[in-house]
Ligand binder design. Structure first.
Ligand code: PGA
Length: 239
């Protein structure tokens, strides 16, 4: 089974020239391992059009999307706009959006429904804020609200388990704990791929991708650091 590597550039880089350079670099690094790794790059919206014109073995994703198809939603981007730019995947419910933009489980559920209906693959991020929080109290409501009324089509959704305390931190989750959570998610959604995200780097990546239940990783900070990203891909190329 191919491992999935989702790359989240967040609000980087600052110029189109840098974005093109980083995308070409990412494509060069990931191209040779395309039989083993499916790479999805999620740049800021403003770069998608130019990046979509570049021949590449990596696929394009977006960092967010609105739940309505069109209308008076200032500052928002619709699923159709993304589809027209060859975007295939969309991150939904990233903890930074839940925290800074006030995204609720209900908004996230609406986005997932719209994306699935538009043949885009949502990558739903779930995770607890603090170490040791009770799973049932955080992850269960996040999953239940996202899937309540789309059960029949829910297998199209990729889940990313990202403990919030491990995002952009010096410390990742342990592979043992992440595996436990991934197994828990798969008891509810056994046909959905489940990724791990949160401080993935070239030293710990193998520990996560070697676990059969973990379908891949979501990489933030390390994906805009060329040297680090190259080492990450090298580390998983012989998995
Ligand atoms: P990080 O971010 O790899 O920088 O911890 C993960 C994410 O954005 O989901």
């Amino acid at each position: 089974m191919k491992k999935i590597v989702v790359v989240n550039w967040k609000m980087h880089p600052q110029t189109l020239a840098e974005a093109i350079d980083l995308y070409r670099f990412t494509s060069e690094v990931c191209g040779p391992v395309k039989d083993k790794v499916l790479t999805v790059v999620c740049p800021p919206f403003v770069y998608l059009e130019e990046l979509s014109k570049i021949e590449s073995d990596v696929l394009l994703g977006a960092q967010d999307c609105h739940w309505e198809k069109e209308g008076a939603f200032t500052g928002e981007v619709s699923p159709t706009m993304l589809e027209n730019l060859r975007v295939k995947y969309v991150l939904v419910g990233h903890s930074e959006r839940r925290l800074h933009m006030g995204e609720t489980n209900e908004m996230i559920a609406r986005k997932i429904r719209t994306l699935v209906n538009n043949n885009l693959t949502p990558i739903l991020a779930i995770g607890e804020k603090h170490k040791g929080e009770k799973l049932e109290e955080v992850l269960f409501p996040q999953l239940r609200s996202a899937f309540e009324d789309i059960e029949r089509i829910s297998s199209k959704v990729i889940i990313a388990y990202e403990p919030v305390w491990a995002i952009g931190a010096d410390e990742s989750d342990t592979p043992e704990h992440a595996t436990e959570i991934v197994k828990f998610v798969r008891t509810m959604l056994f046909s959905n791929p489940v990724l791990y995200g949160g401080s993935v780097n070239h030293l710990n990546i193998r520990d996560f991708v070697l676990v059969p239940e973990i379908a891949g990783v979501l990489i933030g900070g390390a994906s805009v650091d060329k040297e680090e990203f190259k080492k990450i891909i090298e580390a998983i190329s012989d998995v």
